[in-house]
Write a protein of this length. Structure first.
Length: 86
């Protein structure tokens, strides 16, 4: 069964550190079928928004990868996840 997950990575330095290519590689490694990533500024904070679609195992593995590692120069304050439709 396909599921959809929205991930919001917020931090002092999450832009300009290779996060989008790193996330793309992590998505491929996890077997994510649908994937979108973009940089945003929200409330004067740097944010990376990820929309991922895949089976339960793939999404779980992807989330584990991004919670346990990140690009070397990234400074992450928090990672929020939620299901999404659309």
């Amino acid at each position: 069964m396909q599921m959809k997950l929205k991930i919001k990575i917020t931090g002092k330095k999450v832009h300009g550190v290779g996060y989008r290519p790193w996330l793309t590689d992590a998505a491929i490694d996890a077997g994510i079928m649908g994937f979108y990533v973009a940089n945003r500024i929200e409330n004067k904070e740097q944010v990376v928004i990820v929309l991922a679609e895949g089976d339960e195992w793939s999404l779980s593995h992807f989330e584990e990868l991004l919670r346990n590692s990140r690009p070397e120069l990234a400074n992450v304050d928090r990672i929020d996840t939620e299901d999404y439709a659309g």
